[in-house]
Design a protein around this ligand. Structure first.
Ligand SMILES: Nc1ncnc2c1ncn2[C@@H]1O[C@H](COP(=O)(O)OP(=O)(O)OP(=O)(O)O)[C@@H](O)[C@H]1O
Ligand SMILES: [Mg+2]
Length: 419
């Protein structure tokens, strides 16, 4: 029997739920030429949302070019991948003949080579001639291309840049280059997706940043609880399995409706229910959570061992307090023994950089990863020195010293008694 839940990369029907309002809003914006920046923590469904809207727009004759900046480790590679995305998005399957390559790129004086793979996916490489030119000039020409095609064909075009927080990493001047070309484009809508909220938001809302006011921000929240609850019940039912209402609530209570983490926990619960041929209950969901934590233990242990003692302290404080809006206040720092504001600021910066903490709104911080929160809570509870006084200030400062021995690593987390 196939797992009725999916987690990992972008999802579409029947694994895609809700987002009706966001899809409608995005569709209207993109049809009307509005540029949009979609921001959320990791794995909230940005890519899935954009791909779902792209599907709708394609049916209305809009051409969509989609590029993920994550694998573009240099500007040269970015140029090849952008050329590939433009060819893939702007040239229909029926038109993939050699003269179309020349027609498309010749319009901006480029002569790349296109290879079509056995599955029909194209791969575009800019020739040696182009490579020896100034790569910024090549990129500028590629960035001009959508507007030219939109104008020539009298067609609407949408260009999506996913993982846009990588743009300044590829080159600090890249956002300025993109803006300088794209702000002139009348017939093209641009969508930027980003997961490091503090980086992406700053790029678009800070007056001194090149992308300032370039795009309308859309902050993607988690999926509504009632929508997700109905989805979990339906997906169980689709495979003839049962889940009781309290178990659905328990899943959503643990994950706080985080899209990826909810699908993962639901999948583990479904697997247990199938194996035991029982209706899923809250007790079964808790056992499913144990399994997820075991599966993720090596990853979290590695993360933990990389942190400095003070970073552990700050992370632990945020988990224990369920997030914080006054992390620099004297009472918070005293309660969790965080020391000077300068130390808190340094640790927080590192935790934000590594995506372990997110700034939900200015000055408000939380640990977005459901399982890291649960893992840390258990680490506190299972440490022998800490069990007596679980969750008070001493617990937390002692928790910093918890080094995970190789033996624990091999064994995984100890089994815990269930509630
Ligand atoms: N609308 C949705 N309905 C149900 N599950 C969803 C939905 N959107 C996302 N998910 C879940 O979240 C996972 C991640 O989705 P997606 O890759 O679209 O998120 P993302 O925000 O683009 O992630 P990343 O930050 O890694 O780029 C999916 O594999 C799926 O499990
Ligand atoms: Mg994504």
């Amino acid at each position: 029997m196939d797992d009725p839940f999916r987690y990992g990369s972008a999802v579409s029907a029947p694994y895609f739920v809700g987002r009706e309002q966001e899809m409608a809003e995005l569709e209207i914006d993109l049809r009307s030429g509005q540029d949009v920046v979609i921001i959320s923590p990791r794995r909230y469904g940005k890519t899935s949302l954009v791909l779902a809207v792209a599907e709708r727009l394609r049916k209305q004759g809009v051409s969509i070019a989609y590029l993920d900046l994550m694998p573009c480790s240099s500007k040269e590679l970015l140029a090849d991948k952008l050329a590939t995305a433009l060819y893939d998005g702007l040239v229909g399957f029926a038109d993939r003949a050699l003269h179309k390559v020349q027609e498309l790129f010749g319009g901006v004086s480029l002569r790349p080579t296109v290879t079509i793979g056995p599955d029909g996916t194209p791969s575009v490489e800019l020739g040696a001639g182009e490579r020896s030119r100034d790569v910024d000039a090549v990129l500028a020409r590629l960035l001009e291309l959508p507007q030219k095609v939109a104008h020539d064909r009298g067609k609407k075009i949408v260009v999506v840049l996913d993982e846009f927080q990588e743009a300044p990493v590829i080159d600090p001047h890249l956002p300025a280059l993109i803006r300088s070309v794209w702000q002139m484009q009348q017939h093209v809508s641009h969508v930027f997706l980003g997961s490091k909220r503090h980086v992406v938001e700053r790029l678009f809302v800070d007056q001194n940043e090149p992308m300032y006011r370039m795009a309308k921000p859309m902050i993607l929240e988690s999926i509504a609880a009632d929508t997700f609850a109905a989805y979990i019940r339906d997906r169980f039912a689709a495979t003839g399995q049962q889940i009781d209402a309290a178990a659905v609530s328990r899943i959503l209570e643990i994950t706080d409706c985080h899209p990826h983490d909810t699908q993962e926990l639901a999948s583990f619960a479904w697997g247990l229910a199938v194996a035991e041929q029982v209706t899923a209950t809250p007790e079964l969901v808790d056992r499913a959570l144990d399994r997820v934590l075991k599966a993720e233990n090596a990853r979290y242990t590695e993360i933990w061992s990389r942190l400095t003692p003070h970073q552990r302290l700050v992370l632990g404080a945020l988990v224990a307090s369920g997030g914080a809006s006054a992390i620099y206040s004297e009472s918070y720092r005293r309660h969790y023994r965080l020391g000077a504001t300068s130390s808190v600021s340094r640790s927080l910066k590192a935790l934000l950089r590594d995506d372990l903490v997110e700034e939900t709104s200015p000055g408000e911080y939380r640990v977005p990863d459901t399982y890291l929160r649960a893992w840390l809570a258990r680490l506190t509870a299972t440490s022998t020195t800490l069990t007596v006084q679980a969750r008070d200030t001493i617990t937390l400062s002692e928790m910093v010293a918890v080094e995970i021995e190789p033996l624990t690593l091999a064994r995984g987390l100890p089994e815990l008694p269930h509630k």
